[in-house]
Write a protein that binds this ligand. Structure first.
Ligand SMILES: [Zn+2]
Length: 123
């Protein structure tokens, strides 16, 4: 077994819980009392690839905001009209379209359906 903190091969491991994740920690790491921040960083590193594998979906296209803007303008929709259609805040849509924030999966689905566009890379 490997220590999840220092990656050392050892049989002397103790399971420690952080953020709902179980980490195997060796005796020297336990003695040095690894700061919780480091534990959290390791947990998030461990979690991310798993989450991607679980969804199995393609990545958001780099020019997602341009695709949304073009589709919205093609349908002559204002932000206000689109926000009512999608039950989303106008400010959220503006931020998404300017590229300031990435839309969440739910919003991506709604945008794709309502604007008849595809925002994710093909697998
Ligand atoms: Zn260790």
């Amino acid at each position: 077994m490997q220590c999840n903190v220092c990656s050392k091969e050892t049989a002397d491991l103790v399971a420690m819980r952080s953020e709902g994740e179980t980490l195997m920690v060796c005796s020297s790491c336990r003695q040095s009392s690894v700061p919780l921040k480091k534990m959290e960083a390791i947990v998030s590193k461990v979690q991310k690839p798993e989450q991607l594998d679980l969804t199995g979906k393609g990545m958001l296209k780099e020019n997602y905001n341009q695709i949304i803007q073009q589709a919205r303008q093609k349908q002559n929709l204002t932000f206000e009209q689109l926000s009512k259609k999608l039950f989303e805040k106008e400010s959220t849509l503006k931020k998404v379209e300017s590229g300031a924030i990435k839309p969440e999966d739910k919003l991506i689905e709604k945008l794709e359906k309502n604007l008849n566009i595809s925002l994710k890379e093909a697998e």
